[in-house]
Design a protein around this ligand. Structure first.
Ligand code: ADP
Ligand code: ADP
Length: 226
């Protein structure tokens, strides 16, 4: 586990669009920070920079005391959960959860142990042999979470992970996700446009506004929800 620090981070796309300007904040070790703001204010860009999927034009990103600004995504020890789950449809739940560990050439028995522990936490043990198409929306979301937690990453990045669920399930999963985060104590940056989600889930809420000019930070505030 480690804190995550954005230090004067900025991003200008090749076409000249300034998506993120001079953003500085730190997420404490084990803290759950929700990132909100109107469409186009740079939430996804910030998350993708943290994941290493987008380069920074200015500033640094730290994990604990380590500068990971130049690290490849696989060298950041960060797990990402997307809104569309991005599960492999032809693989079982087990195989979906094991895949990332297999890529890292981890021994089979070790993979098996990690997958089963994660499946147990997420109430997926009975479904390990099924394919995503045979699961409910909530179960699929849990598999996506399982794939993220299975390797005990230092941090989670989540991009609207509940937005494809119906309203009732969304409320249930909010609670489940929050509980899971408390049990695991993983540093989390969670993007949503849902105010209720932000207020109920965040230890703190970071509000972005659209970039006005490239100098003024587009981080509007960072507060503990009332
Ligand atoms: P949000 O996630 O808050 O909706 P984004 O990070 O997706 O915001 O986008 C921030 C700004 O950057 C927007 O103006 C958007 O149009 C622009 N943008 C996003 N991706 C690209 C890209 N690949 N090339 C150019 N501009 C982009
Ligand atoms: P379901 O009841 O969902 O169809 P199955 O009975 O087919 O599930 O399989 C469940 C068992 O098979 C679980 O104990 C699971 O751990 C194991 N399993 C499924 N896929 C794999 C795999 N690729 N490697 C190892 N074990 C697997």
């Amino acid at each position: 586990m480690a804190s995550m620090t954005f230090d004067g981070v900025g991003k200008t796309y090749p076409d000249g669009t300034v998506a993120v300007a001079n953003v500085s904040f730190a997420i404490a070790d084990g803290e759950f920070v929700v990132l909100v703001g109107p469409s186009g204010c740079g939430k996804s860009t910030l998350l993708r920079m943290a994941a290493g999927l987008e380069t920074l034009n200015s500033g640094r990103l730290l994990m604990g005391d380590n500068d990971v600004t130049e690290n490849d995504p696989q060298d950041r020890d960060i797990a990402m959960v997307f809104q569309n789950y991005a599960l492999y449809p032809h693989m079982t739940v087990y195989e979906n959860m094991a895949f990332g560990l297999q890529q890292r050439k981890m021994p089979k028995q070790e993979i098996d142990k990690l997958v089963r522990v994660a499946a147990e936490m997420l109430d997926l043990t009975r479904h390990l042999g099924r394919k995503p198409g045979a699961l409910s929306g909530g179960q699929r979301q849990r598999v996506a979470m399982g794939r993220a937690i299975v390797r005990h990453p230092m941090a989670f990045l989540m991009d609207e992970p509940l937005s494809n669920l119906d309203a009732k399930l969304r409320v249930q999963m909010r609670g489940e996700l929050k509980l899971l985060n408390q049990r695991l104590g993983v540093t989390t940056l969670y993007v949503t446009h849902d105010q209720v989600e932000a207020m109920t889930m965040g230890d703190r809420v970071a509000v972005l506004k659209p970039v006005r000019n490239g100098l003024e930070s587009n981080l509007q505030q960072l507060d503990t929800p009332q």
